[in-house]
Ligand binder design. Structure first.
Ligand SMILES: [Zn+2]
Ligand SMILES: [Zn+2]
Length: 154
């Protein structure tokens, strides 16, 4: 395994380490992600919750309403309020906001999703699969990642 990735919030109170490679990297262009980030998309590194080792601080869960009426749990630094990861219904998998990694350049999207609301001036690389809405992870994820997911979703 390569060197574990670390990251954290802006003020330094929250620090975390990913103890393995992520399962898969999402670049999501949906309206919820645009609103939550105030930006064009979010980059989420999906990884088993027990592989996100919190080194310092206690990220606080905040429930954020989504357009479909559901809520999404976003974990924020209690001091500077930067969002470090979120959860979509299943606590077994964390969606780590890859922009909070110390070196965000070490991950790149494996898939672009919800491109139906992608901003026009964002040009996607042809080498990465892109989908109008969600996608079939069983077809796209490496076998090893699917096995890891199955192991925590029992
Ligand atoms: Zn902070
Ligand atoms: Zn999204």
């Amino acid at each position: 395994m390569s060197v574990p990735r670390e990251g954290g919030c802006a003020c330094g109170a929250v620090r975390y380490r990913l103890t393995s490679e992520p399962l898969f990297i999402h670049c999501c262009h949906c309206l919820n992600c645009q609103r939550q980030t105030g930006s064009a998309f979010v980059i989420n590194a999906l990884i088993e919750a027990d592989r996100v080792e919190v080194l310092s601080g206690t990220p606080q869960p905040v429930e954020a309403p989504r357009d479909d009426g559901s809520a999404q749990t976003i974990f924020r630094c209690p001091i500077c309020q930067i969002a470090v990861f979120s959860e979509y219904g299943r606590p077994e998998v964390r969606f780590v906001r890859a922009g909070t990694l110390d070196d965000p350049s070490t991950v790149a999207p494996d898939v672009h999703i919800y491109t139906r609301s992608k901003l026009d001036w964002v040009t996607l690389p042809e080498s990465v699969p892109a989908f109008e809405a969600y996608y079939d992870s069983k077809k796209l994820w490496p076998a090893a990642s699917l096995e890891r997911l199955a192991a925590v979703m029992r």
